[in-house]
Design a protein around this ligand. Structure first.
Ligand code: MLT
Length: 263
């Protein structure tokens, strides 16, 4: 794992392979190891960058996450530090919210977007309340208090039944995050702006991916984004929930590769 100092935080990252660059943005409350199968499958043909958001995995929290824009700014500084001036940005769930924030501020760096298991609307009032409660729970009890709450939401029914390793990996990732990183990311997500309007202004090619069994950001949300996003295609991954890249890596990697070959 490499490290780079960015605005008071130290971000842990991987930068593998060469060629067209694809940067993967991880979900909440996980870390970059959720993309290990994508690094393995893609880095013989592409330059693949993954990193831990500040406060997650092996990245320090630094000055904190005052809004979702902090993630966008960190990504911009990371790209600058790695001398990358254009990349395909693939964000899953919270990574997708960060991709919207990045596109809003730094669209010149985005050659294409992959939006996986994410959604464009802002949180409802109920959704926000839930996030504040989860932030309190994490601050008082630590990241492991989230394992039982989050795991069934993240993993699809098929993987829950057939693949125990996924749940173990998810647990490990959640427990590696810092309580304060989790709590601040929850508040940042609760306050993120609606991105429905942004979708119609996205000019680059985009691929939308969704796990058929995703309960958090279900296929209906993905279809809505597909309708609003002018140059988009959509792929549904069978037998996967919210984390198709982990649950069905071969299918996920195939649709990503097909998209990358086309653009
Ligand atoms: C994620 O997977 O990043 C989160 O579940 C997103 C969310 O809570 O909205």
């Amino acid at each position: 794992m490499k490290r780079i100092k960015i605005d008071g935080a130290e971000l842990a990252y991987r930068d593998e392979g060469s060629g067209k660059t694809i940067v993967f943005l991880h979900a909440f409350p996980l870390n970059q190891t959720m993309w290990d199968e994508q690094i393995e499958a893609l880095s013989s043909e592409y330059r693949v960058v993954t990193f831990d958001w500040r406060g997650f995995g092996q990245s320090s929290l630094g000055e904190g996450i005052s809004s979702i824009d902090v993630f966008a700014d960190d990504l911009a500084r990371l790209l600058k530090g790695l001398h990358i001036d254009g990349a395909v940005i693939c964000g899953l769930s919270m990574g997708g919210y960060a991709a919207f924030a990045f596109y809003r501020k730094y669209s010149e760096f985005v050659s294409a977007l992959i939006l996986a298991d994410t959604k464009s609307p802002a949180d409802t009032e109920d959704g926000k309340r839930g996030r504040y409660e989860m932030a309190d729970l994490t601050r008082s009890k630590g990241p492991s208090a989230l394992v039982d709450v989050m795991t069934p939401r993240l993993i699809g029914e098929t993987s829950s039944r057939n693949n125990r390793i996924i749940a173990e990996r998810v647990k490990e990732m959640i427990e590696s995050a810092q309580s304060e990183g989790i709590a601040q990311a929850l508040v940042a997500m609760a306050n993120r702006p609606d991105s429905d309007d942004l979708l119609s202004r996205i000019a680059c090619p985009a691929l939308i991916i969704v796990g058929k069994e995703d309960k958090l950001t279900p296929p209906a949300e993905a279809e809505k984004m597909h309708k609003l996003l002018p140059h988009s295609s959509i792929e549904t991954i069978q037998d996967a929930g919210h984390l198709p890249n982990l649950e069905q890596p071969e299918s996920f990697n195939r649709v990503v590769k097909e998209f990358l070959a086309k653009i």
